[in-house]
Every structure is written in C-alpha cells, then in structure tokens.
Write a protein that binds this ligand. Structure first.
Ligand code: PGA
Length: 242
C-alpha cells in the first residue's frame, strides 16, 4: 500500500495540514490545476486558504480549478448548489479568476454532452495536479457510489439513499435533495497527479477503517486509491476510532 497517512488531532489540524499541502503545490507551480471538493469536510481547508491569502502567503490568480461534482437540477445560484458553495466558501474571498474555475452545469439541457465536455476540459487543461477528496460513509468519492466501475469518466449518477439522507441536513427535507448528480468518474479522479483525502469525525471511522484494511473493490469506491502512486490521507483521531 502506497498511501501516505498523516494522523492529526482534530478537524482544525486536518484543515491546516491540508492547506499547507495546497499552498506548497501553488508555490511550486502558480498555474496549478486544483481538483476541489464540497461538503462539510473541506470547509475548514477553504477557511485556512482564505487566511493564507489574506496574509499574502499565496495567490490563486493563475490557478485553475475543477470541482468534482454538482447536483442535477440545481441552478448555479441555488443556495445548495456546489457552484454557490464554492463561491461562498472560497472563490469570492481570494484572487482566483472565476473564468478559470469549473463546475459541471447541473442544469445543462444535454447532460450527456455536458459530462463529455467537462471531461474534455480537464484533459485540455493538462489534468489535475492536486485533487482534494472527501469520503462518504459508504466509501463514495465524488458522487461515485458503490458499484461504480473504476473505469468511469465524468458521468450522471443516481445518488444512494444513504447519500441523500446524509445531505438532507442542508435541505428543508429529504424530498428536496436531488436524486441525480454529475460526478467526475473514478478514472478521472485517478488521473490526478496527487490526491489528498480528508477524513474527520466518528461518522467516517468505519469508512476509514475499511479503506485502510479492506480489499480493493468496486463495492467500496475509495479503495481504488490504493492503486494510485501519490495519495495522502489526512485523518483525525475520531476518524481513527473504529
Ligand atoms: P462530507 O461529505 O464532507 O459532507 O462529509 C464527504 C463526501 O460525501 O464525500
């Protein structure tokens, strides 16, 4: 197993450590292509990046970003869309050029064309240098739910009930949680040169335990990361409690 594991005390330390890796990446290559994630896990990372930007430690002006996923049916200005999340949590607070930030369009008329174009744009940019990932309690990465082929490219996915339940905390009710999303595929994620997986809290402990100790299987999408040459897991004590 080639995964590099960094054990930290808590969520804040995880976020700080992750921000150091991102800032180093940008210092080494100011035109880096970053793969970004949404959800609760990377919020602290984005806060740290904003702090470091405000302190003059980093500039995003030549950075390009591609997000992992977006809900189907939510317009970019919907307050639960991932487009909105990225603007609120990071892009509006740093000097990134919005023309260089990319998320799938969840309201594209032709979703098949949208996923193909998204995949193509990543390829044209030269591929992702550093991909930030979270993990679902079911082992999903991006919105690639259990059973997704490891060969998958950016695609439309049907969300697991468990994922819709987990994310219903952000919506008025579970009925408002979209049933589908556009997600970078597993092969798309695996093409990234470097991957940083963030894991925090007891709710992720079983998933982390299975990732570290279990087999590589499409039943548990994150397990594919064991086949990648440059993965760093940053996980806190609670995440190691299983
Ligand atoms: P979370 O989601 O960061 O909101 O826990 C992670 C994921 O589902 O990948």
């Amino acid at each position: 197993m080639t995964m590099n594991i960094i054990k930290v005390k808590n969520y804040d330390e995880m976020s700080k450590k992750a921000s150091e890796l991102v800032v180093n990446q940008i210092k080494n290559n100011p035109s880096s292509i970053l793969g970004l994630a949404t959800g609760s896990t990377p919020e602290g990372l984005y806060l740290e990046l904003i702090k470091k930007y405000n302190n003059g430690e980093v500039s995003f002006k030549d950075v390009t970003s591609f997000n992992l996923d977006e809900y189907v049916g939510l317009a970019p200005d919907h307050d639960q869309s991932y487009n909105y999340y990225m603007n609120e949590k990071l892009f509006n607070h740093v000097d990134i050029d919005k023309n260089k930030t990319h998320l799938p369009n969840g309201i594209a008329e032709d979703l098949q064309q949208e996923v193909e174009q998204y995949e193509q744009k990543i390829a044209e940019a030269g591929g992702i240098d550093l991909q930030i990932l979270g993990i679902g309690t079911n082992g999903h990465i991006g919105f690639n739910e259990p059973g997704t082929p490891f060969t998958s490219r950016t695609h439309v996915v049907e969300l697991d009930e468990s994922t819709r339940e987990a994310n219903s905390r952000f919506f008025a009710s579970i009925d408002d949680v979209p049933t589908h999303a556009i997600s970078s595929g597993i092969a798309t994620i695996m093409n990234s040169k470097q991957i940083v997986l963030l894991v925090s809290g007891k709710s992720k402990a079983e998933a982390l335990h299975r990732l570290i100790n279990g087999d590589i299987s499409e039943d548990f999408p994150a397990s594919v990361l064991k086949n990648h040459p440059n993965v760093t897991i940053i996980a806190d004590e609670e995440a190691f409690s299983a």
